[in-house]
Design a protein around this ligand. Structure first.
Ligand code: SF4
Length: 329
């Protein structure tokens, strides 16, 4: 499934039918009693210099998908191609050079910053491990990186607990940039920040993209957050992509009832408009341990048909570059 993008060259990242199923056991070492179908047959691609926004409620499998691409969790099957090379089954040593190309920025960088080591040292160690720079050269590069992400060079000597949430996110971005990656997976990078700081961090991501030609998989549970930064948007529900399109097409003409509901939940300045267009979805997202048969959204869909309860909708190209998995399309 290829959607239209400004790029003609081969995708930087290509994911084909990726599945990440976590086995469930009643006790350690006992037999498997079931699976959590966290990611269940995802096919997406990201071009050079492109941002793909990935949205969906908590529990939709977005973060697991991001971690599976980096193999921080091992996928069960499918392909993960980086510039044409499938890394999904490479050994750790053969994975190593590819790790540089794809970095991750977490929602809470504090949990991944060692509180006993100055933050500059944490970043320079990453450079050393990957053979990019060491010693005074690495220190100088880290200071420049800190300045580039809006911190002071002198702050490389501080510890993680001396920074605000927004500053820590800037450190997380500096650490990701230290390896000159081609793709950054930003996993809910602004969800824990105040709205004013969110805008600053999103603008920083956009400036860095232009400067370094970066690609992003930008994960968020809120369509409003990805709206500004994304070129295309993929909507994920219970382990599957249900709609993917250019941002403008998705916002102007959402096809999937789930996307329509997510869009109608975005606050608008005009309360009359909001009241008329709001389409609430009932209930919570079902457990990925027992996903509903047929269309996974059928238990909450306001437009459900009998067919939806038994037949899985296929991804079809409703309009050029606009793909939807719904029996109504
Ligand atoms: Fe709703 Fe059926 Fe479409 Fe699923 S396939 S989103 S249940 S109309």
């Amino acid at each position: 499934m290829k959607t239209s993008t400004p790029q003609e060259e081969a995708p930087l990242l290509e994911i084909n039918n990726l599945k990440t199923h976590f086995p469930i056991r009643s006790k350690i070492f006992s037999r498997v009693t079931g699976y959590i179908y966290a990611v269940d047959g995802v096919t997406i691609h990201i071009n050079k210099g492109e941002t793909l926004g990935l949205v969906g409620e908590s529990g939709s499998g977005k973060s697991t998908l991001g971690k599976s691409i980096l193999r921080l969790v091992e996928p069960s099957s499918g392909e993960i191609k980086i510039q044409g090379t499938d890394i999904s089954k490479l050994s750790k040593s053969r994975m190593f050079p590819f790790r540089r190309n794809v970095q991750i920025v977490f929602q809470d960088p504090y949990s991944s910053l060692n509180p006993r080591i100055p933050v500059g040292k944490i970043v320079s160690e990453t450079m050393k491990v990957h053979g990019i720079a060491s010693g005074a050269e690495a220190e100088e590069k880290v200071q420049k990186l800190f300045e580039r992400v809006g911190l002071r060079a002198s702050q490389t000597l501080n510890y993680a607990n001396e920074f605000s949430g927004g500053q820590r996110q800037r450190i997380g971005i500096a650490r990701a940039l230290a390896l000159n990656p081609k793709l950054i997976i930003a996993d809910e990078p602004v969800s824990a920040l105040d709205v004013s700081v969110q805008a600053q961090i999103i603008n920083l991501f956009m400036d860095l993209q232009e400067e370094f030609g970066l690609s992003y998989l930008f994960i968020a549970h809120d369509l409003a957050v990805v709206a500004h930064i994304s070129h295309r948007i993929a909507v994920m529900y219970l382990g599957k992509i249900v709609e993917i399109a250019d941002k403008s097409k998705l916002f102007k003409n959402p096809q999937h009832p789930y996307t329509q509901a997510l869009l109608s939940a975005i606050p608008t300045p005009n309360p009359e408009v909001k009241a008329r267009s709001r389409e609430l979805i009932e209930g919570d997202i079902p457990s990925p341990r027992n996903p509903p048969p047929g269309c996974r959204f059928h238990s909450r869909c306001p437009k459900v048909l009998d067919q939806c309860r038994v037949e899985v909708p296929r991804m079809t190209e409703a309009q050029p570059g606009h793909w939807v998995a719904c029996h109504l399309c």
